[in-house]
Design a protein around this ligand. Structure first.
Ligand code: ZN
Length: 327
């Protein structure tokens, strides 16, 4: 996969602009404007392209709030309007830094690290990282279905008991907190992930039919939950008998999807330490995004994630535990 869907041309020059966008607010605004509008700014309120930058009457410089005015509807707006940046006062240079960090490291970046690098509060850094994951997330309705050979598997994450849990008798409680994650990978293509409530045939069937094209060939282990739905794929269903310690039989293996799980777990354990069930889907969206955009460079990946911030604000509001006045 040489290019990611959504990135038309080679954008490696983006990387050269990022250091300035991460330190200078004006450069950051211009950078985000360029990624969002690609030189053709339009009003996020009415869609008119008849817009102009507001200037300071004395100096003739751009207004310090980086406002635009629309001649169509007469309203003012900034590049934040209608994006995940909208109701945050965090400077865009910090957003640029966090987007870049999240897009350029394989295992992700923690809120603590963002706090240290930007001087933001931990709460603000956490808010920012969750919004970035929200921007990265794809809607299942608009994602292309996986085709060709598709490996599907599930794994358990989190809930690892610590020494203190043994002392305090909380081991059972911790084990109960383990989450199940399902992933489907098209060999040489993209991954789809989601948390499962449990490993059951009917849930897995619905998930596969929604994300995998009926023409595909399915490869799984000998977990019974895949048996019935496997017959619904025209390319057939090959199963590798992990229960009998067989891992590869010709091209029947699930190493690709297991490779994804191992990147995810290394990130969760190494960078984020632990992830609660409530936030698991957000972290999955982040790792899914990076995996699917692995064929493009860091700059293009950052630009793609920023581009995806658009529209997220207008369609629906994701509930957040962090009161907005704090950020
Ligand atoms: Zn307008």
């Amino acid at each position: 996969m040489a290019k990611h869907r959504g990135v038309a041309q080679d954008k490696s020059e983006i990387v050269a602009k990022l250091p300035a966008a991460c330190t200078d607010e004006r450069k950051a605004v211009e950078f985000v404007e360029e990624q969002r509008w690609n030189g053709k700014p339009e009003c996020p309120l009415c869609g008119s392209a008849d817009v102009y930058q507001m200037r300071d009457s004395k100096t003739g410089q751009r207004s310090t709030r980086f406002l635009w005015v629309c001649r169509g509807c007469g309203k003012q707006f900034t590049v934040r309007k209608g994006t995940v940046f909208e109701d945050s006062r965090i400077p865009l240079k910090h957003w640029c830094f966090a987007f870049w960090s999240a897009c350029s490291s394989k295992k992700g970046v923690s809120a603590l690290q963002i706090k240290r690098e930007t001087g933001l509060s931990y709460k603000s850094a956490l808010f920012l990282m969750h919004r970035i994951r929200f921007a990265m997330a794809d809607d299942v309705e608009t994602q292309p279905k996986l085709t060709g050979t598709v490996e599907a598997d599930e794994t358990y994450v989190g809930g690892k008991p610590r020494h203190s849990d043994y002392v305090r008798g909380l081991v059972q409680e911790k084990r109960k907190n383990k989450s199940v994650v399902m992933a489907m990978v098209q060999r040489g293509g993209e991954v789809r992930t989601l948390p499962l409530t449990r490993v059951g045939g009917s849930e897995i069937k619905g998930i596969l039919l929604e994300r995998v094209d009926p023409s595909a060939r399915l490869v799984t282990d000998d977990e019974w939950a895949y048996r019935k739905v496997g017959r619904m794929f025209e390319g057939g269903h090959d199963r590798i008998r992990h229960s009998r310690h067989v891992y590869v039989r010709g091209d029947v293996y699930t190493n690709t999807v297991e490779g994804f799980f191992s990147i995810f777990k290394r990130g969760i354990n190494g960078v984020y330490h632990s992830v609660s069930k409530r936030h698991l889907h957000r972290y999955l969206a982040e790792f899914e995004f990076r995996y699917n955009a692995r064929g493009i460079d860091d700059g293009a990946r950052t630009a793609l994630a920023i581009k995806k911030a658009e529209g997220k604000r207008l369609t629906y509001r994701e509930p957040t535990a962090i009161p907005r006045k704090d950020v």
